[in-house]
Design a protein around this ligand. Structure first.
Ligand SMILES: Cc1ncc(COP(=O)(O)O)c(C=O)c1O
Length: 403
């Protein structure tokens, strides 16, 4: 007989997933109720209202897609894009390529522009590309975890509107720990996940759609046979996924409560608690907390004598990229940190693989104790591995930030 699940207590200080807030795990162990039980539909309505606050939007169409963050991405893109639609995808890291790939799979005509990893686009470059491509949709990552940077979006919505394009952004890595304001920034569609600054497990993708985006989805409405009433819409341009058909998902979350999937009840309880924690703390306070601990972590890594990666002006608050010292086996260092200190930090992808580690301080783990513990442990492991580190330099530099 295989044993019960009994994982070790790790401190997850990578780019996500991170340790879930115990409140979220407790909420997820609550009793199940039927998906049309008024208690459940009440929880659903509360969850929608909480996420409106998290996204800073008044969008009625604010709900959860069941699945990890990329389920939210797929739902957004497959529901908005039809074959031949023109999309602009500005890419400044791995997750930009994911948007490109999903848009291609939707049959869209994808126009990508790229930036060297570690930089973001000046808004003038984005505007010039929008003028040239004339896209129906601009799809851009807000915070790209692969490079640790966040693309400023505050002016992009107005530019998109001026040129008749919708704006979609993936805020999986940034939401809750960095400023984000869907309505003020003119973001039409935003999707996220729980496993970063929202302090939950992955598996649920909060999403919000502006009235203009809902109009596009509704224009493709097609209700599946077996539940469709007489005369229900069956668009010839129907969305090419059933599971991610936001038209049907909106009907399921809306007043008609039209049956679609069986709600992932425990996941919804968890997602609701994630948002409740953030709203209770206050979004500005949560962003300030991430900024403080991110700054302390960055100072501490520099205090050890390490060099930070990327344009620090545009770094997300919640994750720091740091160069692996010359001649060191980065994976061996990560393994020793995990085995001897039960601390996980992140590796990296693509052109950064083997060159940088990514160290996160986010959600439940954006705390002074986690930052100081990680810096102390990293110093010890680096020292043992033969790297030159300033003794006590990491913790001291972080303490100076806290002072
Ligand atoms: C910015 C961003 N987008 C998308 C994803 C994909 O998320 P998931 O693995 O939850 O599907 C991640 C995961 O780290 C991410 O950081």
């Amino acid at each position: 007989m295989t044993g019960q699940i009994n994982p070790p207590n790790r401190l997850l200080m990578g780019p996500g997933p991170i340790n879930a807030d115990p409140r979220v795990l407790r909420a997820m162990s609550a009793a199940l109720v039927g998906q049309y039980d008024p208690v459940m539909t009440g929880y659903m309505a509360e969850t929608q209202e909480l996420y409106r606050q998290v996204f800073r939007t008044r969008n009625d169409a604010t709900l959860l897609v069941d699945g990890t963050s990329r389920a939210g991405i797929e739902a957004a893109l497959v529901s908005l894009l039809e074959p031949g639609d023109r999309v602009l995808v500005p890419i400044f890291g791995r997750f930009g390529y994911l948007l490109q790939e999903v848009a291609e799979r939707c049959g869209a005509e994808v126009h990508s522009i790229e930036r060297e990893w570690g930089t973001v686009f000046p808004v003038s470059e984005l505007e010039a590309a929008i003028r040239r491509v004339k896209p129906k949709l601009v799809a851009v990552v807000h915070g790209d975890t692969s490079t640790t940077l966040a693309q400023p979006l505050d002016e992009l919505g107005a530019i998109c509107r001026e040129h008749g394009a919708l704006l979609y952004t993936d805020a999986t890595a940034s939401l809750g720990g960095n400023e984000f304001a869907a309505d003020d920034w003119g973001v039409d569609v935003v999707t996220a996940g729980l496993q970063k600054c929202l302090a939950g497990p992955s598996g649920t993708a909060p999403i919000s759609l502006s009235p203009a985006a809902v109009e596009v989805v509704e224009s493709r409405k097609s209700i599946e046979a077996g539940i469709a009433a007489e005369g229900a819409p069956r668009s010839p341009r129907r969305i090419r996924s059933n599971y991610f058909d936001l038209g049907m998902i909106l009907d399921y979350w809306g007043p008609s409560r039209l049956n679609h999937h069986t709600e992932a009840t425990s996941a919804l309880y968890g997602a609701r608690e994630c948002a409740r924690i953030l709203v209770e703390e206050g979004l500005d306070v949560a962003v300030a907390r991430h900024e403080l601990h991110g700054r302390a972590l960055a100072a501490g890594l520099q205090g050890l004598g390490l060099t930070l990666f990327g344009d620090q002006e545009h770094r997300m608050n919640n994750v720091v990229g740091v160069f692996i010292p010359e001649g060191l086996d980065g994976e061996a260092v990560r393994r020793t940190l995990l085995e001897d200190f039960a601390i996980e930090i992140g590796t990296s992808f693509g052109p950064l693989h083997g060159r940088i580690w990514r160290v996160g301080t986010m959600g439940y783990n954006a705390r002074k104790d986690t930052v100081l513990t990680t810096l102390a442990a990293l110093e010890a492991v680096l020292h043992r591995a033969g790297a030159k580190v300033a003794p006590g330099g990491g913790v001291t530099a972080a303490y100076e930030v806290y002072a």
